[in-house]
Design a protein around this ligand. Sequence first.
Ligand SMILES: [Zn+2]
Length: 136
Amino acid sequence: MEDCIFCKIVSGEIPSNKIHESDHVYAFMDISPISKGHCLFIPKVHAEKMHEVADETLSEILIMIKQVINAGVFENYNVLQNNGIIAHQEVKHAHWHLIPKEHSDEGLKLEWKPNKEIEQTRIADKIRANLLFEFE
Ligand SMILES: [Zn+2]
């Protein structure tokens, strides 16, 4: 896609510190890291959000993340994947952050506010009614 910074990284138009590249996935170091080893995994084919990425590519992304975790010997880490502006997606090309956390004062910090008032029954019914699984 034109004017997509991640598509330009995949094509080589914009240089990157590449870790690995497979048929469907490109992995590289984040240029604005929040911890040592912070890197990104993106599908080579442009897709804005995770649910628009092909199943085969999604599988390959998780496997590549796992291999990089093992190669970097990261004991503690977060895998972050944001979709949509209000969900903190800054580049409109689906991407997965691997954010190692060697120390509690670095890396990803989360604000997590459980709310017992949220009604879950109707949305659960809707999800079950609309699920389309290609496998059991
Ligand atoms: Zn793109």
